[in-house]
Design a protein around this ligand. Sequence first.
Ligand SMILES: *[C@@H]1O[C@H](CO)[C@@H](O)[C@H](O)[C@H]1NC(C)=O
Ligand SMILES: *[C@@H]1O[C@H](CO)[C@@H](O)[C@H](O)[C@H]1NC(C)=O
Ligand SMILES: *[C@@H]1O[C@H](CO)[C@@H](O)[C@H](O)[C@H]1NC(C)=O
Length: 397
Amino acid sequence: MRPKQLFWIVKILAISFLMFMALVFVYTKLYKVRMDVQERSMRSRQEDTDLPRQEELLSKLYYEKFADLAENHLLSKYPVHTACKDEKRPAVPCYDTECGTSLTHDLKLSIGSLLSVTRKSRTAFSNPHKDITAQLESSHLAIITGASANHFAESQGLIQSLHKNVFPKFNNISLYYYDFGLDKGQLEQLMRHCRCKVLKFPVHLLPTNATRNIKCFAWKVLIIEAHLTKTDMLIYADTSVRFNSTKNEDLFTDLANKGLLLSLSDRYVRPVAHNTAPSMFKYFNIQPCSVANFQELEAGFVALLNQPFTRQVLVQTWAACAMDPNCMCPEGSHDLQHCDGGLRKYAKCHRFDQSALTLITLQLFQDYYSSFFFDHSYYSVLRGDRPKYFEALNKAV
Ligand SMILES: *[C@@H]1O[C@H](CO)[C@@H](O)[C@H](O)[C@H]1NC(C)=O
Ligand SMILES: *[C@@H]1O[C@H](CO)[C@@H](O)[C@H](O)[C@H]1NC(C)=O
Ligand SMILES: *[C@@H]1O[C@H](CO)[C@@H](O)[C@H](O)[C@H]1NC(C)=O
């Protein structure tokens, strides 16, 4: 063989080798991408199959809750009010006989509808306050309140009634006070006297301006959700709440039995059909006239037992609504704050957390939503009451 021939053979062999290596490289790359795609689609398929399983679990918790209430004779029916056509007062609950639809009593449809409308929010958003739970000590009873500077004086009355009437009854109680803009002096006084833990809620992590607004009350629901796992019983109380000195043991027995205590206003008889924004009705697929008979729940005092139903069905659904920019506080909802008591009109105004809580409990329990009402003599609501409790404690020292 002449040297020139040998040179060409070596050259061809080298080029073939390089081309072969290049092919192998390209093929392994392509193969890896294909595997990645396959793996990802498998994972998402798995999530898809996990979702129905999760929802089946939530449905089961709900069926069991309903059955448990029935078994323990704790279901109580809300009355059917006067027909709207015969009701003279403009803005009270009344039975709309012209309404073509009604809330379904089929438990499977009720929970199915709630889970499907909140599915996106339950999977896409997570509670921005969830990190707090790791830092909380477990307690038997947790009480939560919160105030900005202008409700600081009112909150001293709540703290006084807790110190006097509730603290002595429990040796494992935690009081959490959310600071929504107290001034420096107030904060100092609070930390000195409240026997509480002062916390802040990361409002800036909420998804939209409307949900970050303090009057949206998304924070309230998300705080409740974050704390509920770290206590046996949880009470959220507005600063105007005063615990009664007598009889409040019954409150805790009642809570242990029902798992949830909800209240109607003693002062106003507000129809939820009037006091809920059109967009929220649309979100939940509920016709205003189908809930015309029902009064709106208050959320200034809510008591919850840490049990799977309250945590995973009720509170999780409420929180999903709080986090969804289209549910609790859609853009423009803050223009609907004023509820005209002289006007008969569906969806004329909006009550945010209360509207959501009412629609969710109605969807779940229909005319049995009153099963969770309770005797209000356990506490009273004194708006504008501004006792100088901390000043008195200062003097006493
Ligand atoms: C307080 O109660 C919680 C919940 O029951 C419990 O985990 C914790 O150990 C209790 N702490 C004390 C000091 O008893
Ligand atoms: C959101 O709020 C900020 C500050 O209050 C304001 O500057 C901004 O224009 C608002 N955005 C929208 C979309 O309303
Ligand atoms: C406290 O409870 C007692 C006994 O039930 C009741 O008579 C009283 O009116 C209650 N006080 C308030 C402020 O609700």
